[in-house]
Design a protein around this ligand. Structure first.
Ligand code: PMP
Length: 373
Protein backbone atom coordinates (compact mmCIF):
# COMPACT_ATOMS: atom_id res chain seq x y z
CA UNK A 1 0.00 0.00 0.00
CA UNK A 2 0.98 3.59 -0.36
CA UNK A 3 0.28 4.33 3.24
CA UNK A 4 0.00 2.21 6.30
CA UNK A 5 -3.03 2.67 8.42
CA UNK A 6 -3.23 1.34 11.93
CA UNK A 7 -6.10 2.18 14.23
CA UNK A 8 -7.16 5.07 12.05
CA UNK A 9 -3.76 6.74 12.07
CA UNK A 10 -1.63 6.98 8.98
CA UNK A 11 2.10 6.63 9.09
CA UNK A 12 4.24 8.21 6.43
CA UNK A 13 5.41 5.56 4.03
CA UNK A 14 8.04 5.84 1.38
CA UNK A 15 7.58 3.65 -1.55
CA UNK A 16 9.13 3.06 -4.89
CA UNK A 17 6.87 1.88 -7.65
CA UNK A 18 8.71 0.22 -10.48
CA UNK A 19 7.09 0.62 -13.85
CA UNK A 20 7.81 -0.66 -17.30
CA UNK A 21 10.22 2.11 -18.10
CA UNK A 22 11.07 3.81 -14.88
CA UNK A 23 10.09 4.38 -11.35
CA UNK A 24 8.38 6.90 -9.19
CA UNK A 25 8.74 7.35 -5.46
CA UNK A 26 5.70 8.50 -3.53
CA UNK A 27 5.83 9.69 0.01
CA UNK A 28 2.52 9.66 1.74
CA UNK A 29 1.53 10.97 5.11
CA UNK A 30 -2.21 10.40 4.85
CA UNK A 31 -4.35 8.32 2.53
CA UNK A 32 -4.38 10.02 -0.81
CA UNK A 33 -2.35 12.98 0.47
CA UNK A 34 0.94 13.08 -1.34
CA UNK A 35 3.75 14.91 0.36
CA UNK A 36 6.35 14.42 -2.31
CA UNK A 37 6.68 12.47 -5.49
CA UNK A 38 10.04 12.01 -7.03
CA UNK A 39 10.68 10.65 -10.45
CA UNK A 40 13.70 8.48 -10.18
CA UNK A 41 13.67 7.23 -13.72
CA UNK A 42 16.27 9.03 -15.76
CA UNK A 43 15.06 7.52 -18.99
CA UNK A 44 11.75 9.19 -19.57
CA UNK A 45 11.57 11.75 -16.83
CA UNK A 46 15.07 13.11 -16.43
CA UNK A 47 13.87 15.90 -14.21
CA UNK A 48 13.33 15.37 -10.53
CA UNK A 49 9.80 16.36 -9.74
CA UNK A 50 8.92 17.66 -6.34
CA UNK A 51 5.25 18.26 -5.94
CA UNK A 52 3.42 20.70 -3.83
CA UNK A 53 2.32 19.33 -0.54
CA UNK A 54 -1.20 18.31 0.25
CA UNK A 55 -2.43 17.45 -3.24
CA UNK A 56 -4.19 14.22 -3.95
CA UNK A 57 -2.37 11.61 -5.97
CA UNK A 58 -4.51 12.39 -8.97
CA UNK A 59 -3.95 16.14 -8.89
CA UNK A 60 -0.28 15.65 -8.33
CA UNK A 61 0.44 13.15 -11.02
CA UNK A 62 -1.98 14.15 -13.72
CA UNK A 63 0.39 16.54 -15.51
CA UNK A 64 2.87 13.76 -16.01
CA UNK A 65 0.60 11.66 -18.09
CA UNK A 66 -0.38 8.12 -18.57
CA UNK A 67 2.95 6.49 -17.85
CA UNK A 68 2.78 7.68 -14.28
CA UNK A 69 -0.89 6.75 -14.09
CA UNK A 70 0.13 3.26 -15.10
CA UNK A 71 2.47 2.88 -12.17
CA UNK A 72 -0.16 4.12 -9.84
CA UNK A 73 -2.72 1.80 -11.36
CA UNK A 74 -0.47 -1.16 -10.96
CA UNK A 75 0.12 -0.14 -7.41
CA UNK A 76 -3.45 0.43 -6.49
CA UNK A 77 -4.52 -2.61 -8.42
CA UNK A 78 -7.06 -0.28 -10.06
CA UNK A 79 -9.22 -0.44 -6.97
CA UNK A 80 -8.83 2.77 -5.09
CA UNK A 81 -7.93 5.13 -7.85
CA UNK A 82 -8.50 4.89 -11.55
CA UNK A 83 -6.99 6.34 -14.69
CA UNK A 84 -10.28 7.56 -15.99
CA UNK A 85 -8.98 8.37 -19.43
CA UNK A 86 -11.59 9.72 -21.82
CA UNK A 87 -11.70 8.90 -25.50
CA UNK A 88 -13.72 10.84 -28.05
CA UNK A 89 -15.90 8.42 -29.99
CA UNK A 90 -18.35 9.66 -32.57
CA UNK A 91 -19.33 12.77 -30.70
CA UNK A 92 -19.10 11.48 -27.12
CA UNK A 93 -16.32 11.37 -24.56
CA UNK A 94 -16.37 7.86 -23.16
CA UNK A 95 -14.15 5.94 -20.71
CA UNK A 96 -11.35 4.01 -22.40
CA UNK A 97 -13.03 0.66 -21.66
CA UNK A 98 -16.07 1.75 -23.67
CA UNK A 99 -14.06 3.02 -26.62
CA UNK A 100 -14.36 -0.10 -28.75
CA UNK A 101 -14.57 -0.52 -32.50
CA UNK A 102 -16.47 -3.14 -34.47
CA UNK A 103 -14.48 -5.96 -36.06
CA UNK A 104 -16.44 -5.11 -39.22
CA UNK A 105 -15.00 -1.60 -39.32
CA UNK A 106 -13.14 -1.25 -42.61
CA UNK A 107 -10.39 0.65 -40.82
CA UNK A 108 -9.68 -2.59 -38.99
CA UNK A 109 -10.37 -4.94 -41.91
CA UNK A 110 -8.60 -3.00 -44.66
CA UNK A 111 -6.78 -0.01 -43.21
CA UNK A 112 -9.51 2.02 -44.89
CA UNK A 113 -9.39 5.40 -43.23
CA UNK A 114 -7.19 8.38 -42.43
CA UNK A 115 -5.51 9.76 -39.35
CA UNK A 116 -3.52 12.59 -37.82
CA UNK A 117 -0.92 12.88 -35.10
CA UNK A 118 -1.06 16.27 -33.38
CA UNK A 119 0.79 17.69 -30.44
CA UNK A 120 -0.09 20.08 -27.65
CA UNK A 121 2.60 21.91 -25.75
CA UNK A 122 1.98 23.78 -22.57
CA UNK A 123 -1.79 23.95 -23.03
CA UNK A 124 -1.66 24.94 -26.70
CA UNK A 125 -2.25 22.78 -29.76
CA UNK A 126 0.56 23.26 -32.22
CA UNK A 127 -0.51 23.87 -35.83
CA UNK A 128 -4.03 22.58 -35.24
CA UNK A 129 -5.41 24.10 -38.45
CA UNK A 130 -2.72 22.52 -40.60
CA UNK A 131 -3.35 19.08 -39.13
CA UNK A 132 -7.11 19.36 -39.53
CA UNK A 133 -6.73 20.52 -43.13
CA UNK A 134 -4.44 17.60 -43.91
CA UNK A 135 -6.92 15.20 -42.31
CA UNK A 136 -9.76 16.55 -44.43
CA UNK A 137 -7.58 16.50 -47.57
CA UNK A 138 -6.62 12.87 -46.92
CA UNK A 139 -10.30 12.02 -46.38
CA UNK A 140 -11.34 13.83 -49.56
CA UNK A 141 -8.73 11.97 -51.56
CA UNK A 142 -10.11 8.57 -50.50
CA UNK A 143 -13.74 9.78 -50.75
CA UNK A 144 -14.36 9.43 -47.05
CA UNK A 145 -16.96 11.76 -45.66
CA UNK A 146 -16.00 13.10 -42.23
CA UNK A 147 -19.28 13.82 -40.47
CA UNK A 148 -18.00 17.09 -38.95
CA UNK A 149 -16.87 20.46 -40.15
CA UNK A 150 -13.23 21.43 -39.59
CA UNK A 151 -14.33 23.72 -36.76
CA UNK A 152 -16.23 20.89 -35.10
CA UNK A 153 -13.20 18.65 -35.44
CA UNK A 154 -10.95 21.29 -33.87
CA UNK A 155 -13.42 21.64 -31.02
CA UNK A 156 -13.55 17.88 -30.51
CA UNK A 157 -9.75 17.71 -30.38
CA UNK A 158 -9.58 20.48 -27.80
CA UNK A 159 -12.41 18.95 -25.75
CA UNK A 160 -10.60 15.63 -25.66
CA UNK A 161 -7.39 17.22 -24.40
CA UNK A 162 -9.37 19.13 -21.79
CA UNK A 163 -11.31 16.07 -20.67
CA UNK A 164 -8.01 14.35 -19.97
CA UNK A 165 -6.52 17.34 -18.13
CA UNK A 166 -3.49 17.38 -20.34
CA UNK A 167 -1.20 20.31 -21.01
CA UNK A 168 1.37 18.44 -23.06
CA UNK A 169 -0.15 15.76 -25.20
CA UNK A 170 0.07 13.72 -28.34
CA UNK A 171 -3.32 13.52 -29.99
CA UNK A 172 -4.31 10.82 -32.41
CA UNK A 173 -7.33 11.49 -34.62
CA UNK A 174 -8.58 8.45 -36.51
CA UNK A 175 -11.37 8.52 -39.04
CA UNK A 176 -12.18 5.09 -40.39
CA UNK A 177 -14.65 4.12 -43.09
CA UNK A 178 -16.89 2.60 -40.43
CA UNK A 179 -18.77 -0.65 -40.10
CA UNK A 180 -19.50 -2.56 -43.29
CA UNK A 181 -19.45 -6.19 -44.35
CA UNK A 182 -16.53 -8.45 -45.19
CA UNK A 183 -16.34 -7.19 -48.76
CA UNK A 184 -14.19 -4.24 -49.80
CA UNK A 185 -16.99 -2.03 -51.03
CA UNK A 186 -16.95 1.20 -48.99
CA UNK A 187 -20.57 1.90 -49.98
CA UNK A 188 -21.55 -0.74 -47.42
CA UNK A 189 -20.09 1.43 -44.67
CA UNK A 190 -22.79 3.89 -43.80
CA UNK A 191 -21.01 6.20 -41.40
CA UNK A 192 -17.36 7.09 -40.82
CA UNK A 193 -16.12 6.49 -37.31
CA UNK A 194 -14.26 9.29 -35.54
CA UNK A 195 -11.98 8.53 -32.62
CA UNK A 196 -9.71 10.98 -30.79
CA UNK A 197 -7.17 9.83 -28.25
CA UNK A 198 -5.15 12.29 -26.17
CA UNK A 199 -2.07 10.69 -24.67
CA UNK A 200 1.73 11.04 -24.59
CA UNK A 201 4.32 9.74 -26.99
CA UNK A 202 8.04 9.10 -26.80
CA UNK A 203 9.32 8.10 -30.19
CA UNK A 204 13.04 8.08 -29.47
CA UNK A 205 14.99 7.95 -26.20
CA UNK A 206 15.67 11.40 -24.78
CA UNK A 207 19.47 11.14 -24.97
CA UNK A 208 19.38 10.68 -28.76
CA UNK A 209 18.08 14.23 -29.13
CA UNK A 210 21.48 15.29 -27.77
CA UNK A 211 23.67 12.59 -29.29
CA UNK A 212 21.91 11.96 -32.59
CA UNK A 213 20.40 8.91 -34.22
CA UNK A 214 21.75 6.14 -36.46
CA UNK A 215 19.58 5.24 -39.42
CA UNK A 216 19.64 2.87 -42.38
CA UNK A 217 18.23 3.10 -45.86
CA UNK A 218 16.08 0.07 -46.57
CA UNK A 219 15.10 -2.17 -49.46
CA UNK A 220 11.39 -1.39 -49.01
CA UNK A 221 10.66 1.41 -51.46
CA UNK A 222 8.32 4.25 -50.56
CA UNK A 223 4.83 3.75 -51.98
CA UNK A 224 4.64 5.03 -55.52
CA UNK A 225 2.39 8.05 -55.68
CA UNK A 226 0.45 6.59 -58.61
CA UNK A 227 -0.38 3.51 -56.51
CA UNK A 228 -1.03 4.99 -53.08
CA UNK A 229 0.08 8.58 -52.71
CA UNK A 230 2.15 9.05 -49.53
CA UNK A 231 0.54 12.49 -49.24
CA UNK A 232 -2.56 10.66 -48.01
CA UNK A 233 -2.10 10.00 -44.33
CA UNK A 234 -4.05 6.78 -44.52
CA UNK A 235 -4.53 4.03 -41.94
CA UNK A 236 -2.58 1.81 -44.30
CA UNK A 237 0.96 2.14 -42.93
CA UNK A 238 2.20 -1.26 -44.02
CA UNK A 239 4.81 0.29 -46.29
CA UNK A 240 6.24 2.16 -43.31
CA UNK A 241 5.96 -0.86 -41.02
CA UNK A 242 7.91 -3.03 -43.48
CA UNK A 243 10.64 -0.40 -43.50
CA UNK A 244 10.57 -0.23 -39.69
CA UNK A 245 11.04 -4.01 -39.53
CA UNK A 246 14.17 -3.60 -41.63
CA UNK A 247 15.44 -0.92 -39.26
CA UNK A 248 14.74 -3.19 -36.29
CA UNK A 249 16.64 -5.99 -37.93
CA UNK A 250 19.55 -3.66 -38.63
CA UNK A 251 19.57 -2.66 -34.97
CA UNK A 252 18.74 1.03 -35.51
CA UNK A 253 15.68 3.04 -34.61
CA UNK A 254 14.68 4.53 -37.94
CA UNK A 255 14.64 3.56 -41.59
CA UNK A 256 14.86 5.83 -44.61
CA UNK A 257 12.74 4.86 -47.55
CA UNK A 258 13.85 5.49 -51.11
CA UNK A 259 11.86 6.23 -54.24
CA UNK A 260 11.75 3.90 -57.23
CA UNK A 261 14.36 6.16 -58.85
CA UNK A 262 16.79 5.95 -55.95
CA UNK A 263 16.12 9.25 -54.20
CA UNK A 264 15.74 9.46 -50.45
CA UNK A 265 12.09 10.09 -49.57
CA UNK A 266 11.49 10.02 -45.81
CA UNK A 267 11.58 8.02 -42.62
CA UNK A 268 8.78 5.73 -41.46
CA UNK A 269 7.21 8.50 -39.41
CA UNK A 270 9.26 11.58 -40.18
CA UNK A 271 10.60 13.77 -42.96
CA UNK A 272 14.31 14.17 -43.66
CA UNK A 273 16.58 17.18 -44.08
CA UNK A 274 20.27 17.35 -44.92
CA UNK A 275 22.59 20.32 -44.77
CA UNK A 276 25.12 20.10 -47.56
CA UNK A 277 27.43 22.67 -49.10
CA UNK A 278 25.80 25.48 -47.16
CA UNK A 279 22.26 24.56 -48.11
CA UNK A 280 19.38 22.92 -46.27
CA UNK A 281 17.78 20.33 -48.55
CA UNK A 282 14.63 18.30 -48.14
CA UNK A 283 12.97 16.00 -50.70
CA UNK A 284 10.19 17.62 -52.75
CA UNK A 285 6.63 16.30 -52.26
CA UNK A 286 6.46 15.00 -55.85
CA UNK A 287 8.98 12.29 -54.96
CA UNK A 288 6.30 10.67 -52.81
CA UNK A 289 6.40 11.84 -49.20
CA UNK A 290 3.99 12.95 -46.56
CA UNK A 291 3.95 16.73 -46.55
CA UNK A 292 4.87 17.05 -42.92
CA UNK A 293 3.49 19.86 -40.80
CA UNK A 294 6.81 19.99 -38.94
CA UNK A 295 8.67 20.04 -42.27
CA UNK A 296 6.70 23.14 -43.26
CA UNK A 297 7.57 24.80 -39.93
CA UNK A 298 11.27 24.13 -40.54
CA UNK A 299 11.11 25.66 -44.00
CA UNK A 300 9.43 28.72 -42.44
CA UNK A 301 12.17 28.98 -39.83
CA UNK A 302 14.90 28.53 -42.46
CA UNK A 303 13.41 31.43 -44.40
CA UNK A 304 13.28 33.63 -41.31
CA UNK A 305 16.79 32.70 -40.26
CA UNK A 306 18.21 33.27 -43.75
CA UNK A 307 19.35 29.68 -44.02
CA UNK A 308 19.47 28.88 -47.75
CA UNK A 309 17.15 25.96 -48.47
CA UNK A 310 15.85 23.94 -51.35
CA UNK A 311 13.27 21.25 -51.92
CA UNK A 312 15.28 18.94 -54.16
CA UNK A 313 15.82 15.22 -54.70
CA UNK A 314 19.00 13.80 -53.24
CA UNK A 315 20.61 10.37 -53.27
CA UNK A 316 22.19 8.18 -50.63
CA UNK A 317 25.58 9.55 -51.69
CA UNK A 318 24.38 13.09 -50.93
CA UNK A 319 23.19 11.89 -47.53
CA UNK A 320 26.47 10.15 -46.69
CA UNK A 321 28.48 13.21 -47.67
CA UNK A 322 26.18 15.78 -46.04
CA UNK A 323 27.50 17.96 -43.23
CA UNK A 324 24.36 17.49 -41.15
CA UNK A 325 21.15 15.57 -41.20
CA UNK A 326 18.00 15.50 -39.08
CA UNK A 327 14.49 14.10 -39.10
CA UNK A 328 11.31 16.02 -38.41
CA UNK A 329 7.83 15.00 -37.33
CA UNK A 330 5.09 15.74 -34.85
CA UNK A 331 5.98 12.76 -32.70
CA UNK A 332 9.74 12.81 -33.40
CA UNK A 333 10.02 16.64 -33.30
CA UNK A 334 13.52 17.42 -34.60
CA UNK A 335 16.13 14.76 -34.06
CA UNK A 336 19.69 14.88 -35.38
CA UNK A 337 20.99 11.97 -37.47
CA UNK A 338 24.70 11.23 -37.12
CA UNK A 339 25.10 8.01 -39.03
CA UNK A 340 23.42 6.48 -42.09
CA UNK A 341 24.24 3.00 -43.39
CA UNK A 342 27.33 3.06 -41.17
CA UNK A 343 28.65 6.24 -42.79
CA UNK A 344 29.33 8.96 -40.25
CA UNK A 345 27.56 12.16 -41.25
CA UNK A 346 29.67 15.31 -40.91
CA UNK A 347 31.58 15.32 -37.64
CA UNK A 348 29.47 12.52 -36.19
CA UNK A 349 27.83 14.98 -33.82
CA UNK A 350 24.66 17.05 -34.22
CA UNK A 351 25.65 20.05 -36.31
CA UNK A 352 25.22 23.80 -35.70
CA UNK A 353 22.45 24.36 -38.25
CA UNK A 354 20.46 21.48 -36.78
CA UNK A 355 21.03 22.90 -33.30
CA UNK A 356 19.83 26.33 -34.37
CA UNK A 357 16.71 24.92 -36.00
CA UNK A 358 15.91 22.78 -32.96
CA UNK A 359 16.20 25.84 -30.74
CA UNK A 360 13.94 27.95 -32.94
CA UNK A 361 11.49 25.07 -33.30
CA UNK A 362 11.23 24.68 -29.52
CA UNK A 363 10.69 28.40 -29.12
CA UNK A 364 7.72 28.10 -31.45
CA UNK A 365 6.19 25.04 -29.86
CA UNK A 366 6.39 26.66 -26.44
CA UNK A 367 4.82 29.94 -27.51
CA UNK A 368 2.46 29.25 -30.45
CA UNK A 369 -0.73 27.28 -30.84
CA UNK A 370 -4.44 27.14 -30.27
CA UNK A 371 -5.19 27.43 -26.54
CA UNK A 372 -6.87 24.40 -25.00
CA UNK A 373 -8.66 26.43 -22.36
N1 PMP B 1 6.34 11.18 -42.91
C1 PMP B 1 5.56 10.19 -42.44
C2 PMP B 1 5.47 8.92 -43.21
C3 PMP B 1 4.86 10.37 -41.24
O1 PMP B 1 4.08 9.38 -40.77
C4 PMP B 1 4.99 11.57 -40.53
C5 PMP B 1 4.27 11.76 -39.24
N2 PMP B 1 2.99 12.24 -39.42
C6 PMP B 1 5.82 12.57 -41.06
C7 PMP B 1 6.47 12.34 -42.26
C8 PMP B 1 5.96 13.90 -40.38
O2 PMP B 1 4.81 14.66 -40.53
P1 PMP B 1 4.34 15.73 -39.44
O3 PMP B 1 5.47 16.67 -39.27
O4 PMP B 1 3.14 16.35 -40.00
O5 PMP B 1 4.06 14.96 -38.21
Amino acid sequence: MFFSESRGRCKPVKHVVEGRSGAVRLNYSKPNRVDTVTMISKKHYPEKIMLKKGGTAEETLRPFGRRVFLYIDIYYGRREWKVNRKIFMNGRLVPEEEAVVSVFDHGYLYGDGVFEGIRAYNGRVFRLEEHTCRLFDSAKSIMLNIPYSKQEMNRAIIDTIKANNLQDAYIRVVVSRGTGDLGLDPRKCKEAQVVIIADKITLYPEELYEKGLNVVTVATRRNMADALDPKIKSLNYLNNILAKIEANRAGVLEALMISGQGYICEGTGDNIFIHRKGKLITPPPYLGILEGVTRAVILEIAEEENIPFQEAPFTRHDLYTADECFLSGTAAELIPVIEADMRVIGTGEPGPVTGRLIKRFRERTSSEGTPVA
